[in-house]
Design a protein. Structure first.
Length: 246
């Protein structure tokens, strides 16, 4: 259990450091130039690629949840005990906070970085959204996007899935939800990813972080319910028939 919790902490830390780092570079520092689309694509690919790599790297150790919503879905799918899920949640939130702290310390070495203006890739709605979506729209978007993502994770880690391609499918699923979600909310679908940057930047990001905790967890419940209903079962092959008399 210690090894699994450690893997979840480190995995979440790396997800935040690299993927949120790309988001901050793209939108905070403006390295994507005047094209929001370039920033959206770069951010989506960063999240998807980091998760794809981590699935194969730490998946054999902990399952590579690195997301409290995924852990909730796995718990409701009856694949993890409540005690182990609690340990995962603690590790994920600590990892998310440490990842954001390390990222902030890194960017603080830049002469043009400002925590108030450059930010740290935090999620938001209203004025903090590229399309200025309201709280209701943001909640609905986060719940739907998380439901899709967690459903894919549960499906690709079931007994009927093909393990060798699970990392690719899960990474592409996270890329997909970011392609549509970044312009709306910055895309959370992961409460640990949202809490860390919000604690560092404060302000409206911290005031609104509750939505990016509640909505993804709501989506995870929906995903688990759908998966439990639709999950295919392996058919037991029929025994070979004996040849009849001629």
């Amino acid at each position: 259990m210690v090894r699994r919790v450690a893997a979840e902490l480190v995995g979440t830390l790396l997800l935040v450091y690299f993927a949120v780092g790309v988001a901050t570079l793209s939108f905070g520092f403006g390295v994507a130039g005047n094209s929001p689309s370039a920033g959206v694509v770069a951010t989506a690919l960063a999240f998807g690629l980091v998760l794809l790599v981590l699935v194969y790297a730490i998946g054999p150790v902990s399952g590579c949840h690195i997301n409290p919503a995924v852990t909730l879905g796995v718990l409701l799918a009856r694949r993890i005990s409540p005690g182990d899920a609690g340990g995962y949640w603690i590790a994920q939130f600590v990892g998310g906070i440490l990842g954001a702290l390390l990222l902030w310390l890194t960017f603080s070495g830049s002469a043009i970085y400002s925590r108030s203006t450059t930010g740290l890739g935090a999620n938001g709605w209203g004025e903090d959204s590229l399309i200025q979506i309201n709280a209701g729209g943001a909640f609905l978007a986060e719940a739907i996007l998380t439901a899709l993502f967690v459903f894919v994770v549960l499906s690709m880690t079931s007994s009927t899935a093909i393990p060798s391609v699970s990392g690719v499918a899960i990474g592409l699923a996270l890329t997909l939800v970011h392609l549509i979600g970044v312009p709306m909310t910055g895309t959370s679908v992961n409460p640990a990813r949202s809490l860390g940057p919000a604690l560092i930047t404060g302000g409206s990001a911290l005031e609104g972080v509750w939505l990016f905790i509640v909505a993804p967890m709501t989506g995870a419940v929906l995903a688990a319910a759908a998966h439990n209903y639709l999950e295919p079962t392996k058919e037991t092959p029929l025994p070979p028939t004996e040849p009849g008399p001629r």
